[in-house]
Design a protein around this ligand. Structure first.
Ligand code: ZN
Length: 252
């Protein structure tokens, strides 16, 4: 029994548990009657990326003309919108290149575990390692890349977007992406946004990502984050509040 407790991850602290499992009447509940109950559309399994997009009917393979990577997928609705945006940008001499799209739990775990083994972390406390990795990388089970709605464009080097082609691309996205449903997720943190550092490359297809975040907040619990190093720090660091919901204020 003790072993089971030790192996289970993410036992929430009382404050977090109350936030995520509260059964007290919700004063805003009446306002939501007419809205879609998004928690019934996507399961915890799907929201935490435990599936294969290649075998999922709602996902489409991204064509070679749109990406630098083989065998990557997006949700069909998001990909159709992207394709329209790609064509519009192309007409203005801008080439959008998807360098990352859907990443499932296992893929994200691969990224996470590789970083966990970094030489520089020798002697660090787990909580400090987790905080450092979370600068740009999500814990497995908490990434918006699990959802098939979020993409990274052209480069993950912040410097790329500071001048030349990168700046031109970014300025075009800031002006036009919203016309196709896409918004920058992790904007400048000056306005009090928490979580990851600014990512000018990461854009969300909001018509789906909005309701998926609502579903995530309603259904995914800290106990669902397990099977990777440092998973017990998820509740300690309140990753749902600080990171999963640490998106641009206008997107909430
Ligand atoms: Zn990203």
């Amino acid at each position: 029994m003790i072993l089971m407790v030790l192996q289970s991850c993410g036992q929430p602290e009382p404050s977090s548990a109350a936030k995520n499992t509260s059964v007290a009447p919700d004063p805003s509940a009446k306002l939501e009657v007419a809205q879609i109950d998004s928690s019934e559309l996507w399961s915890v399994t799907e929201l935490t990326g435990r599936f294969d997009p290649a075998k999922h009917d709602d996902f489409a393979l991204i064509k070679a003309q749109h990406t630098s990577k083989p065998n990557i997928y997006m949700r069909k609705q998001a990909y159709d919108a992207f394709a329209r945006m790609f064509d519009a940008a192309k007409k203005e001499g801008i080439t959008l290149v998807i360098i990352s799209a859907t990443r499932n739990f296992d893929y994200q775990k691969g990224i996470w575990e590789k970083k966990w083994q970094r030489e520089k972390y020798k002697g660090w406390k787990d909580v400090d390692k987790v905080k450092d990795i979370l600068t740009y990388s999500s814990m497995p089970g908490t990434s918006r890349h699990h959802w098939g709605t979020d993409v990274d464009f052209n480069s993950v080097d912040p410097g790329y977007f500071a001048s030349g082609d990168g700046k031109k691309l970014y300025d075009w996205l800031v002006k036009h992406a919203v016309e196709y449903g896409f918004s920058q997720t992790y904007t400048n943190k000056n306005a009090g946004r928490t979580g990851y550092e600014e990512e000018k490359w990461h854009w969300s297809y909001m018509p789906l990502a909005g309701p998926m975040l609502t579903a995530y907040n309603r259904t995914v619990k800290y106990e669902d984050l397990n099977g990777f190093h440092g998973c017990e720090q998820a509740a300690v660091l309140e990753v749902f509040d600080v990171y999963v919901n640490g998106i641009d204020h206008a997107l909430k």
